[in-house]
Ligand binder design. Structure first.
Ligand code: AMP
Length: 203
């Protein structure tokens, strides 16, 4: 909702930069979905967010667009998205790439288990602004020192309830512990259980 309490009916009302609006127009996106209208302004302000959104509601653009709008031109990792599966990691990375089609020098990398480390490490060394990965492989890169999150601005837990049911809780808690200080955290889940679950370790 906007400050007037009226949901924006087009993307121009959301304050997104022209480069993203051009990409959206090329993809024939005309109207923000409800989750996009509610989420994009909050995330552009750097706020934390808990979103109830199953697949198919437009949740990927709901977090990708505002986070892309906040990137600076450094090549360091500024946004990291955790996903329960490699398929979703690839899908989300492809969506970032499409939305960022008009942003020069933008790089996103999916990192997941089952793929050799060397190509992921080469890409990380070249520099990416967004990493989308499964928790186990992300944790491995953090331990090896091949993924530096010193400049991370935003951490997104996509399908958080699925990640918990897949047994990724310890990895997620470790990643949160190492990254959450002063970071924007955004959690998407189809159910409500996981947020308190994950925030509990803060105290
Ligand atoms: P998601 O829920 O993020 O998996 O998105 C579901 C599908 O809806 C994807 O194919 C998106 O490209 C598409 N989509 C998302 N937002 C919009 C929108 N505002 N207008 C048209 N299509 C959209």
């Amino acid at each position: 909702m906007s400050e007037t309490g009226v949901a924006p009916t087009n993307f121009n009302d959301l304050g997104l930069p022209d480069a993203l609006l051009t990409a959206l127009a090329a993809m024939s996106y005309e109207t923000p979905t409800p989750i996009q209208a509610q989420t994009i302004p909050a995330l552009m302000q750097g706020r934390d967010l808990l979103g109830h959104a199953p697949t198919g509601t437009g949740k990927t653009a709901a977090f990708a667009l505002p986070l892309l709008s906040r990137l600076n031109n450094q090549k360091s990792v500024q946004v990291m998205v955790l996903t329960p599966t490699r398929e979703l990691a690839i899908q989300v990375a492809e969506a970032f790439q499409r939305y960022a089609a008009e942003l020069t020098g933008f790089h996103v990398l999916p990192v997941y288990g089952g793929q050799e480390y060397s190509s992921q490490i080469r890409a990380l060394r070249r520099g990416v602004q967004v990493v989308v990965g499964t928790p186990g492989r992300v944790m491995d890169h953090m331990r090896k020192g091949t993924l530096s999150l010193d400049r991370l601005q935003s951490l997104i837990l996509d399908e958080a309830d699925e990640m918990l049911s897949f047994g990724f809780k310890n990895q997620i808690l470790n990643i949160l512990k190492e990254t959450m200080e002063h970071k924007q955290i955004c959690l998407f889940s189809a159910t409500t259980v996981s947020y308190t679950h994950l925030r509990a370790h803060e105290t």
